[in-house]
Design a protein around this ligand. Structure first.
Ligand SMILES: Nc1ncnc2c1ncn2[C@@H]1O[C@H](COP(=O)(O)OP(=O)(O)O)[C@@H](O)[C@H]1O
Ligand SMILES: [Mg+2]
Length: 379
């Protein structure tokens, strides 16, 4: 390790140690530096995941941000990242592959006023024309590149006016369509309905199962980990967001719910057996049709080879699994919910693709002259 990264590790270790009682600080500094050297662990990961209290196997098998970036540069290369990260592009990529997803009604993008298309709109009149023509009465509106449930609005009714529409939010609040349309791109898609079983956990949100999947060069795919995000009463999204949520591990083999927790923020986590609002039993419950849902999601991964290690947010419906979102650079929190790390599985997938000799990664583009001086000329 270079002198510079050594100094940086010590600096971060000291900042991190400030969060612990004085009696523990020397131990934390030593422990963090050794984990940083071994696996590039960030101080946030150390603190959030409680590395000082974790088992040896968790500490060893945890996949942190830096190591994840390294593997995903090859597996989910940046050149394809918008295919998953941009929710409009993801819809387009999933269409016609036989992967069930919500129906895309309309793509709003201010520049789309220059394009002539039945699905794209660049202004209020265009959005109204599309939604009316399709007879849309309810929908979900999302910004195309948000995450963690920010900017996802579930609209339960649309009252069309002459030159605007009144949108009734799932909690009864009204807003004008015109006030939603700004400079950010949006998608309007159908509201997905989950099974009775998933609704019984919490009815106000669609509670998605995160499937971590890996694709191999021989075309086979497998499910690495599964867990469910469950919303709190009155929230329309299942993510923790500002209101917290409930998270459970699902045993990949059996479909049994385990390790349910109430998550009110890092270090505000409580083991639970039942949902705190609905009272529904969680631990021990078996997800219905687990084997067929899993087989379908494996097929999804095979049909989406641009991301070879994908994180799927899947709604379980009466018609089978429906993709709510596919993530190319998934968060690490799932390892906290399932209580084990997934480093070995992701690394194994990386090594399998690496062995093919194909290079899917994109390095920074090299310029023939000194980059900084060149860029300064163009300011
Ligand atoms: N079409 C939909 N129908 C019903 N609920 C949805 C729909 N899209 C999103 N949601 C809810 O909002 C949550 C967040 O949406 P998602 O598209 O995964 O965005 P994010 O990038 O914020 O995770 C979902 O997990 C689900 O609870
Ligand atoms: Mg999501």
């Amino acid at each position: 390790m270079s002198i510079r990264s050594n100094i940086s590790a010590v600096y971060h270790a000291m900042q991190l140690a400030g969060k612990y009682p004085a009696s523990m600080r020397m131990k934390i500094i030593r422990d963090y530096i050794s984990l940083y050297r071994a696996k590039g662990l960030t101080p946030e990961e150390y603190h959030e995941f409680g590395f000082d209290k974790r088992s040896e196997s968790f500490r060893r098998d945890f996949l942190g941000l830096n190591e994840q970036r390294f593997y995903l540069d090859l597996l989910n290369p940046l050149k394809y990242f918008s295919l998953a990260r941009n929710k409009f592009m993801a819809h387009k990529m999933l269409e016609n592959t036989g992967i069930q997803t919500s129906e895309l009604y309309c793509y709003y993008q201010p520049e789309a006023c220059y394009a002539n298309n039945l699905e794209y709109a660049g202004d209020l009149a265009g959005v109204l024309r599309i939604l009316k023509a399709r007879g849309v009465q309810s929908c979900v509106i999302k910004t195309t590149e948000s995450s963690h449930g920010d900017n996802v609005w579930v609209i339960q009714n649309i009252d069309y006016q002459d030159s605007d529409a009144i949108l009734t939010h799932f909690d009864g609040q009204n807003i004008d369509l015109s006030s939603v349309l700004g400079t950010e791109a949006l998608i309007f898609e159908s509201v997905v309905r989950q099974t009775e079983q998933f609704s019984s956990f919490n009815a106000s949100s669609v509670n998605t199962v995160r499937f971590m999947t890996a694709l191999y060069p021989d075309g086979s795919a497998k499910v690495i980990a599964t867990f469910i995000k469950i919303g709190r009463a009155g929230r329309c999204v299942d993510n923790a967001g500002s209101g917290g949520n409930v998270d459970v591990c699902v045993d990949v083999e059996t479909g049994e719910i385990q390790h349910a927790i109430q998550f009110d923020g890092w270090h505000k986590v409580k083991d639970i057996d039942r949902h705190p609002d609905s009272g529904a039993q969680l631990n021990g419950v078996i997800i219905e049709n687990w084997d067929s849902v899993k087989a379908e999601v494996i097929r999804f991964q095979q049909a989406f080879p641009y991301c070879k290690a994908a994180g799927w947010d899947i709604a379980i419906t009466d018609d089978g699994p429906v993709v709510i979102e596919v993530n190319d650079f998934w968060d690490r929190t799932g390892q906290f919910f399932i209580r084990r790390g997934w480093r070995n599985e992701i690394r194994e997938c990386y090594l399998a693709w690496k062995a093919t000799g194909k290079d899917y990664s994109v390095g920074p583009q090299r310029l023939p002259l000194d980059d900084k001086k060149m860029a300064a000329k163009f300011q």
